[in-house]
Design a protein around this ligand. Sequence first.
Ligand SMILES: *[C@@H]1O[C@H](CO)[C@@H](O)[C@H](O)[C@H]1NC(C)=O
Ligand SMILES: *[C@@H]1O[C@H](CO)[C@@H](O)[C@H](O)[C@H]1NC(C)=O
Length: 451
Amino acid sequence: MGVHRIYGFTFSLLLFLLLVSAQMALSLSSRPGKTTSSSPASQINSNSVLVALLDSHYTELAELVEKALLLQKLEDVVGRHNITIFAPKNEALERDLDPEFKRFLLEPGNLRSLQTLLLFHVIPLRVNSDEWPVHELGAHHATLSHHSLNLKQSKDSGDRTVDLARVVRPNDVVRPDGVIHGIERVLIPQTVVEEFNRRRSLRAISAVLPEGAPVVDPRTGKLRKKSGPPSPPGSPPEMPIFEAMAPGPALAPAPAPGPGGAHHHFDGEAQVKDFIHTLLHYGGYNELADILVNLTSLATEMGRLVSEGYVITVLAPNDEAMAKLTTDQLSEPGAPEQIVYYHIIPEYQTEESMYNAVRRFGKVRYDTLRLPFKVTAEEADGSVRFGEGEGSAYLFDPDIYTDGRISVQGIDGVLFPAEEIASESKTTRPAKVVTKTRRVVNLIGVRLTLT
Ligand SMILES: *[C@@H]1O[C@H](CO)[C@@H](O)[C@H](O)[C@H]1NC(C)=O
Ligand SMILES: *[C@@H]1O[C@H](CO)[C@@H](O)[C@H](O)[C@H]1NC(C)=O
């Protein structure tokens, strides 16, 4: 009996807590603008230099940063400052380091030394390659490890250096919140050398092998194949995609197709056609394909961007998801375009790259072509979930189409910016309207001459 009472009490307490938290959640979500900015600390932008580092060809450095448990710290730093990362090329960490020193760094007891060494490669400030101090003495910059580095550019040769390391790939990765310069050797703070020597006792050794020393790492002896191409997929062209877009996301009605008026001069357009074709063959994505075919201005715009060197990822809601759209959501002028633009990320992302990002960072924010709205992604059930709460969608059919410039990822919901969800949840939703009968093939024949 007593047990029952205790359970009964616990249960009603639980119920009470549930009600209270539900109430709080409701009052939070009904405040527009509050929902997106509520937890900035736990989110990272997908175009962050930190995300880029982990996907870059600096695989050795990226691995060490993860091993050293530094991601959270660096995430906090890029939340507040631009950063500059001096990234030793893989060979520098793989074979140019004294094997014994490397072993020392990887011992769990020496985590602090590893962290100090890695943070010595980051300064909380953006220094682009054209900002290198030309002064004879260079300039000192404090790093995240609190030791400072000397940046200098030779007047004669133009060579840029960071302490003793030559910069071999200036501006290798440039992102809105920072820049990565490739350097030829590892930067080792004096305190870490001292710590190493103390542990080793007796002989004081230099941590770095002299130039031209034998290159075999007896411990691993491996030649990594992971080094990517010089410029990794996803690095954008110079001009931000938003500046390259037609002004005011194509809200004008699509131009009537002229007789035989296919725009064959864009090869980006051929790729767009190709992916729409693939969507149709894949099955289950006819509604979206139909919208893209109907709104020729939108497809043309996408083709143009791709022709100009931009890359995109389309989060494609499947037919079931599209069927849930209401009149309200589609009837306003430009609404379908707005919806589609919110599902286009100006980056080339695959299932793997997105999953890796959310697994490492928990929550990732992607830019969309619908400015200024972003879409969040997080790990859920071993997959990627986009958006928040009720309006979220799972990555459902990964990598439907991936050609290196356009990536199409099937999702099981239509996404809306959190601000809109908040205001819409107050209005009642009328019945669905999207017409189910499709003349897709016909339309394609007429408008985009796909077949
Ligand atoms: C980073 O640099 C960019 C461009 O220089 C600037 O617009 C932005 O505000 C900076 N971000 C921070 C957090 O300082
Ligand atoms: C596509 O265009 C046809 C004819 O103009 C129209 O009847 C149909 O509703 C459009 N479909 C969509 C999804 O906009």
